[in-house]
Design a protein around this ligand. Structure first.
Ligand SMILES: [Zn+2]
Length: 135
């Protein structure tokens, strides 16, 4: 797989907070990375090479032996290294469906708003549900 075929997206994870939406969050705190719809978690910041930092992400199947990882340069968000998945897909190791991505975003939006807003859980839930159904 060459890097042109790698489709990278970011989705809020369980530790997502409102301030993570900021564009200065180059370390992607509060996000998981989706690579061709597989979830990757932040693993480490690589020491600067030629003064340039990069972030290393590991496949969430890592605990089950998957060695996949991706390294992305901070400056221009370019993929500089990719190691492919090396275990078979199963219930725990498989790409997310679009619906799974939406459900995760929904849950994390509700959770985030509950900790940051005065509004009741019911009202937040209903508002987010309306947004969800419009998409
Ligand atoms: Zn994997």
């Amino acid at each position: 797989m060459n890097s042109a075929e790698l489709i990278v997206k970011y989705i809020p994870n369980n530790s997502f907070k409102k301030e993570h939406e900021n564009e200065t969050n180059v370390w992607k705190l509060g996000y998981d990375l989706l690579l061709n719809n597989y979830i990757f978690q932040r693993h480490r910041t690589n020491k600067p090479k030629n003064g340039e930092y990069s972030l290393n992400w590991r496949c969430s199947g890592n605990k089950d032996g998957c060695a996949a990882s991706i390294t992305i340069r901070i400056k221009d968000v370019q993929v500089i290294r990719y190691i492919p998945h090396n275990i078979e897909d199963n219930l725990k190791h498989r790409p997310l469906r679009e619906l799974d991505v939406d459900i995760r975003s929904f849950k994390n939006s509700v959770k985030n708003r509950c900790t940051n807003e005065e509004m009741s859980l019911n009202m937040i839930f209903n508002q987010e549900q309306e947004k969800f159904c419009q998409n």
